[in-house]
Design a protein around this ligand. Structure first.
Ligand code: HEC
Ligand code: CU
Length: 348
């Protein structure tokens, strides 16, 4: 057997520690992250939640260290040995001071943790909505997100665009969360606390990303078979980018005569029952609004990148990426799929 402190053990221990430090350093890096990350807050509510979690960690960490140190001390100081087979510490019975101490101190610690947590929860929840706040309604569907911007007349899916909010130019986004079917949960760890979308019970959430970029999130409540592929992308745009995005989204769908065949297939097949394309006969609301499908980087709530090949595979058989999702395979001919995809590819 290897000695517990052999050089190779020490080396692998050190490299493990180094990996961990590198990971931790990544985790605490500033700005938007390529993985959903609770350790890199990027908006006011998450900064408050993060500070609170550090406070709770400090308090509980101090308790852990003191208990572990006392336990280690007692184990070493009072262990039985051959020379001292009954090495027992002095036994204490019915000491009022000791009993008071171990009752009152933990109660105080719990009260402090409870009050600080309650204070942060209420501070975030009671934040008044400024007049210039952006309002977005988020509707959870099995297994995708609908985003409605009532003040702009925009409906989109899975990729939320909001403005950055700086101290010079604060413009927070207030989300109203509802659900079309079951319980979902909106969670973008860098931007806001996790909040459920409950049928018939609107919840609210606000966030104010300080830096432009892409923030990733995900449905955090088991909502059915494809729950794990219900991802969220939040783009925090500069004011100019946001205004340009709004303007693009407000346009009706492009109507290119070169792809009229595909459009006709869309409008005569069941596609139009479930999807809306503004300016066509398709007014369905079961699936995502496809008016500006090509402005999105991913398909089907992040299940696949929005590439021509993936789009074709999706239309042919959605189960390729999302078995169990609520869009059926339509069993179209190859020509029909080609024409449809050619049409969809013009929806910029
Ligand atoms: C029964 C309703 C239904 C029908 C019919 C239907 N879809 Fe869908 N579609 C959906 C749903 C629901 C989703 C979302 C799936 C998910 O992400 O879980 C979807 C997603 C999509 C997406 C991805 C959208 C995005 O923003 O990621 C495309 C593209 C699409 N459908 C095209 C079509 C086409 C083309 C047809 C006709 C051949 C069609 N759909 C027929 C319900 C339907
Ligand atoms: Cu969900």
């Amino acid at each position: 057997m290897q000695h517990p402190l052999s050089p190779s053990r020490i080396r692998s221990g050190l490299s493990l520690a180094l990996c961990f430090c590198a990971f931790a350093w990544r985790a605490f890096a500033e700005g938007p992250d390529s993985i959903p990350n609770t350790f890199a807050p990027a908006s006011t509510p998450t900064h408050e939640i993060f500070d609170l979690s550090l406070f709770a960690l400090t308090v509980t960490g101090a308790i852990f260290v003191s208990v572990a140190a006392l336990l280690t001390f007692v184990c070493i100081r009072y262990h039985n040995s051959r020379s001292n087979p009954t090495n027992e510490p002095p036994q204490v019975y019915g000491s009022l001071q000791v009993e008071l101490a171990w009752t009152v101190i933990p109660i105080l610690i719990v009260v402090v943790l409870f009050l600080t947590t309650a204070r942060i929860i209420f501070a975030i929840q009671d934040e008044p909505e400024p007049a210039n706040a952006l309002n977005v309604t988020v509707i959870g569907h099995q297994f995708w997100w609908e985003f409605r911007y009532p003040s702009y007349g925009i409906v989109t899916a899975n990729e939320l665009h909001i403005p950055v909010s700086t101290p010079q130019q604060p413009e927070p986004t207030f989300l109203r969360l509802i659900s079309a079917d079951v319980d979902h949960s909106f969670w973008v760890p860098q931007l806001a606390g996790k909040t459920d979308l409950i049928p018939n019970h609107p919840n609210e959430l606000w966030m104010d990303p300080h830096e432009p970029g892409l923030y990733l999130g995900q449905c955090a409540q088991f909502c059915g078979v494809e729950h794990a592929k219900m991802l969220i992308r939040v783009y925090a745009d500069t004011p100019a980018d946001f205004a340009a995005w709004i303007k693009d989204q407000q346009q009706p769908a492009s109507n290119d005569p070169a792809v009229a065949v595909g459009r006709r297939i869309f409008e005569t097949q069941a596609c139009m029952v479930c999807h809306t394309i503004k300016g066509t006969r398709a007014l369905g609301t079961v699936g995502p609004d496809l008016t500006h499908l090509m402005s999105r980087a991913t398909l089907a709530a992040g299940a696949a990148l929005n590439t021509p090949a993936n789009l074709r595979a999706w239309v042919e058989n959605p189960a390729t990426f999302k078995p169990g999702c609520l869009m059926p395979a339509m069993h179209l001919s190859n020509q029909q799929v080609d024409a449809l995809v050619a049409y969809l590819s013009t929806l910029r």
